[in-house]
Ligand binder design. Structure first.
Ligand SMILES: [Zn+2]
Length: 125
């Protein structure tokens, strides 16, 4: 039976949303304690009983977390030439994580980006 493994990560970062209407509070630079959940789906091995080791997920995802942690995400996007991060909505951050991880994380199913305790977004293809 397919099983979903979920590994969560946190990072602190600032951003602003340049395409929001004039006067919208999200156009101003502000920070979040972002929480990212990486969901990986697969069939557990009959012998080990696991699909993928949590530490393996961490090894693969951690470099992306470090790319954003304690930076202004828009500026990271400028340096990388990455349009999704130049307009770093939760939706675009989730899509960026998914696109980066898809080639290297077999069974990737969903990325969840929590911007606040009550607001989050899920991206899957
Ligand atoms: Zn925000």
């Amino acid at each position: 039976m397919p099983t979903t493994i979920i590994k969560e990560f946190t990072f602190e970062a600032a951003h602003y949303l340049p395409n929001m209407p004039d006067g919208h509070k999200c156009r101003r630079m502000h920070g979040h304690s972002f929480r990212i959940a990486v969901k990986v789906m697969g069939e557990p091995d009959a012998t080990t009983g696991i699909f993928i080791d949590f530490s393996e997920v961490k090894r693969i995802v951690k470099p992306l977390i470090e790319t954003l942690d304690h930076w202004v995400i828009n500026e990271v996007g400028e340096k990388m030439g990455e349009p999704l991060l130049q307009n770093p909505t939760s939706e675009n951050i989730a899509k960026w994580f998914f696109q980066q991880l898809m080639p290297v994380l077999p069974g990737l199913n969903c990325i969840v980006v929590h911007e606040t305790c009550t607001s989050y977004c899920e991206y899957r293809q």
